[in-house]
Design a protein around this ligand. Structure first.
Ligand code: TRP
Length: 332
């Protein structure tokens, strides 16, 4: 049997995850966990590059771990851990910093965006964010990194840094490949269906969060913007609102777009909105309940984190040892 390839991904605990993130990220991880040797971390070190409330950060860190587990990510198959529990991330980041140029970090799209949004706090960590992300990936010699489009530039940077180190010293790091999943389903904003659903939309009714309760979910869908006309057909160009609702319903009720169109032939927009809302709530309700149940079991969560951190530290430590040797750090 072939050895499984190594896969790495992470989410910041402070991201308020939407149903778009669920469809685009976590639900895909579920399918990948059997085929790859997976490392999934809670990126709390990335999170502090913008100001965080300490108590909230602590709570959200555990909340995200509980969500991974509630979604069905299996700690027996995957290494689940919190980034700050493995000191090698910070250590490798420091080494890679000396191979990364200020100019290239200043040109990163996300840095420019965040610097504009947090003009009062353009700190070194914010600028260094892509180097820490490179360290995350390279420590585990990951071959495959599933990320969204918004992380493409960061992944490209990680590849550059890996090649740069390998060229300057000798082959050390695996150059990772991005896995940009063709989700088939991109979920858009319910109030502005030409735009991707995001965590930070202006209209709070536009995004459905994994933390929303059933009533909130259904209310948001009832208020969703639709289009002129009354026919329920999938036509993103001319009917972005209705098409987005069809997508959501088809993904969450596990039906094809054709089946959805047939089911709603002759019916009204109101019925589609309700069906979409209920389908989403039917998937999220048990996830949220399981997450809440797990959060009461600190002992179990800590045991997952402890064994995850130990396993991650072993792999990461091997890579860091090689790196220190190659760059000439005297070892005792
Ligand atoms: N920057 C990623 C995001 O915000 C999260 C992340 C941190 C990550 N380290 C990573 C993703 C390593 C993939 C690999 O989405």
């Amino acid at each position: 049997m072939d050895e499984k390839k190594t896969l790495y991904s992470a989410i910041q605990p402070t991201n308020n995850l939407t149903i778009g993130n669920y469809v685009g990220a976590i639900s895909n991880w579920l399918k990948l966990q059997d085929d790859y040797d997976c490392y999934f971390s809670v990126a709390n070190m990335h999170a502090i590059t913008v100001r965080q409330d300490p108590a909230e950060l602590r709570k959200k860190t555990l909340g995200l771990l509980a969500l991974y587990l509630a979604c069905g990510i299996d700690p027996q198959k995957c290494c689940l851990y919190v980034q700050s529990h493995v000191p090698a991330h910070a250590e490798l980041c420091w080494v890679l910093n000396s191979l990364t140029y200020v100019g290239e970090m200043e040109r990163m799209t996300q840095f420019k965006d965040k610097a504009a949004r947090h003009a009062e706090n353009v700190n070194m960590g914010l600028m260094d964010y892509p180097v820490l992300m490179a360290a995350d990936i390279l420590l585990y010699q990951a071959q495959v990194v599933p990320v969204g489009e918004d992380q493409r530039q960061h992944l490209e940077m990680a590849r550059d840094i890996a090649r740069r180190f390998n060229g300057a010293y000798s082959p050390t790091f695996t150059v990772p490949e991005g896995l940009f999943l063709k989700v088939g389903a991109k979920i858009n904003d319910l109030q502005d269906p030409q735009k991707k659903m995001s965590k930070s939309c202006e209209n709070p009714n536009g995004s459905v969060f994994l933390s929303d309760d059933r009533d909130t979910i259904i209310r948001k869908f009832k208020r969703a913007v639709t289009d002129s006309g009354s026919e329920i057909i999938y036509d993103p160009e001319n009917k972005p609102g209705v098409s987005n609702l069809i997508t959501v319903y088809s993904v969450f009720a596990k039906k094809s777009v054709k089946e959805v169109e047939a089911e709603f032939a002759g019916k009204g927009y109101g019925e589609l909105k309700l069906a979409a809302g209920e389908a989403v709530a039917d998937v999220l309700d048990p996830l949220r309940a399981e997450q809440a149940r797990l959060l009461k079991d600190a002992e179990y969560l800590n045991s997952v984190l402890k064994s995850g951190a130990e396993r991650a530290a072993r792999t990461a430590g091997r890579t860091l040892f090689k790196v220190y040797k190659k760059i000439g750090f005297y070892q005792i």
